[in-house]
Write a protein that binds this ligand. Structure first.
Ligand SMILES: [Zn+2]
Length: 183
């Protein structure tokens, strides 16, 4: 598994964090596409790896993918999305050969096939559900950063930790408060 992830890192990881996957696996490149389904899958895979292994690098990866590739999947009003994104798009349509082909790069209310339209709904919840974890040794682990308040129970007592961060999301809505977690 680690060898396969290392191959991804070396040859097909795009600057936004997710691999090239315009329905065809391949080397990273400015005009290569990444399907919205792959963004959702990337976040789920790496968040799961962070939980299973406890390695922070996997959680770092989830933040990179979510705040870059995740944000690029959808229009600012969250009403339209792309099927494929590419790092250096100079025109609305791309040179994608599969799925909806070149038109997969256009922000639309839905794309056929409908896989990416459905997968879009998994990106935000996929991030939120992994923001906090309970390590086997006890306590809480702040895994992924974004401003939030968690209501949970620790050792039979109610706990309500709050996280404020300088993540891209936080800067837009919190005047860039420094990263901190208060119990
Ligand atoms: Zn898809």
């Amino acid at each position: 598994m680690r060898a396969w992830l290392d191959v991804h890192e070396r040859v097909c990881r795009q600057p936004h964090g997710v691999t090239v996957a315009d329905e065809q696996f391949g080397w990273a490149g400015a005009n290569r596409g990444t399907e919205t389904c792959t963004v959702a899958g990337d976040i789920l895979l790496y968040a799961t790896l962070a939980g299973v292994t406890g390695e922070g690098r996997f959680a770092d990866h989830v933040e990179r993918s979510f705040f870059n590739a995740g944000a690029a999947c959808v229009s600012r009003d969250f009403m339209r999305h792309v099927y494929f994104q590419a790092p250096n798009r100079t025109q609305a349509t791309g040179s994608f050969h599969a799925g909806p082909a070149g038109k997969g790069g256009i922000y639309k209310t839905k794309h056929w096939p409908l896989c990416c339209t459905a997968a879009l709904a998994r990106i935000l919840p996929g991030y939120v559900q992994w923001m906090w974890m309970k390590p086997a040794a006890g306590g809480l682990a702040a895994t992924l950063y974004a401003p939030n308040t968690l209501e949970t129970e620790l050792d039979g007592s109610a706990s309500r930790p709050r996280s404020r961060s300088r993540s891209p999301c936080a800067c837009a809505c919190q005047n860039g408060a420094p990263t901190r977690v208060s119990p």
